[in-house]
Design a protein around this ligand. Structure first.
Ligand SMILES: [Zn+2]
Length: 267
C-alpha cells in the first residue's frame, strides 16, 4: 500500500461564500470551474440533475480525531471525526450533494455547494437512485437553538420536496414542534398522520422518514384544510392543527401560537 497518495485538483469552487463561519443559504449557488485539461471528463454530465462533488477543505484542521458538535449543541458528547461530517479530519475530503442547473463551457452552475470560494475540487460523480436509503439510522444531535433546528429541517425539506411551497414551510414548523416534544423524528416508534395537501404529506414524510410500511409509521388523509399532523409515541399523542397557511415572512417571524393549535394527550 502506498504511504502517500497525490491528488491533483480537477477544478475549483467559485462562490460568494467567502468565510466558513458565515451562515449560508440552504441552496447556496456556486460554480465549479473544471480545469481545461479535464474537458473530456464532462461529456454527457448534463444528463444528471444531481452530482456528488468531492472537495478538499484546505482551511480545515487535520490534527484532531475527536470533536464536539458544539455549534449544534454545546452539551453534546464528543464524536470521532469518522462519525461526523465535520471538515476536521486527517484528510479533509468533503462529500457534497449538489443540484446541477446548467453548464457553460467548463463551468458547472450548481446549488447546494457548501464550500468557500477557492476550495479545490478533487472529483465529481453522478448521484444515482441507488444512493438513496430512505430511512437510515443516524445519530440525533439535537440542536440547542430552535432557529438551528428549523434551518436544518428547512434544508432537509427542500432537498426532499424540491420546491419551497407554503405547505413545505408549514411542515417544517410542525416538525420543529414535534421534534421539541419527541426528539428524533426518524425514531422507529414515532408514528405520524398527516391531513391536508399532498405537499404537506410529502414534506412531513421526508422530514420524519416515516414509511407506509416496514415499519408502518406514516398515514395520509387528503383534506382541504390548511393542515394537521398527529404524532404518536407510546401513550402520548401530539396534535398540531394549522389555522391558516403561511408564507416565508410568517415562517421566519410568527410564533407557533399565531397559526397553530397544539395539544398533547396522554392515555
Ligand atoms: Zn409543494
Amino acid at each position: 500500500m502506498p504511504e502517500e497518495i497525490i491528488i491533483r485538483p480537477i477544478g475549483v469552487v467559485k462562490s460568494d461564500y467567502l468565510d466558513a463561519g458565515t451562515i449560508q443559504e440552504p441552496q447556496q449557488k456556486a460554480v465549479i470551474e473544471v480545469f481545461p485539461k479535464y474537458a473530456d471528463a464532462l461529456r454527457q454530465i448534463e444528463k444528471n440533475s444531481h452530482l456528488w462533488v468531492l472537495t478538499w477543505f484546505h482551511l480545515a484542521r487535520r490534527d484532531r480525531l475527536v470533536v464536539s458538535p458544539y455549534r449544534m449543541n454545546p452539551n453534546s458528547p464528543d464524536y470521532g471525526v469518522f462519525a461526523l461530517r465535520t471538515p476536521v479530519r486527517p484528510n479533509p475530503v468533503a462529500l457534497i450533494l449538489v443540484e446541477l442547473h446548467k453548464i457553460e463551457g467548463m463551468s458547472l452552475y450548481v446549488a447546494g455547494l457548501d464550500a468557500v470560494n477557492g476550495t479545490p475540487v478533487i472529483d465529481i460523480k453522478p448521484y444515482y437512485e441507488n444512493d438513496i436509503v430512505f430511512s437510515p439510522r443516524t445519530p440525533n444531535i439535537q440542536p440547542s437553538k430552535r432557529e438551528m433546528l428549523q434551518d436544518i429541517f428547512f434544508r432537509q425539506a427542500v432537498t426532499h420536496h424540491q420546491e419551497e411551497c407554503p405547505s413545505l414551510l408549514m411542515a417544517v414548523r410542525m416538525a420543529v414542534i414535534a421534534s421539541e416534544r419527541f426528539g428524533n423524528l426518524n425514531s422507529p416508534d414515532l408514528q405520524v398522520t398527516v391531513e391536508g395537501s399532498p405537499c404537506l404529506a410529502d414534506t412531513i414524510q421526508g422530514l420524519s422518514r416515516a414509511r407506509l410500511a416496514n415499519p408502518p409509521r406514516f398515514a395520509y388523509l387528503p383534506a382541504d384544510l390548511p393542515g394537521r399532523t398527529v404524532w404518536r409515541r407510546g401513550n402520548e399523542t401530539l396534535s398540531i392543527t394549522a389555522s391558516r397557511r403561511i408564507d416565508m415572512s410568517g415562517f421566519l417571524s410568527l410564533a407557533d401560537a399565531d397559526f397553530f393549535d397544539t395539544s398533547i394527550q396522554k392515555q
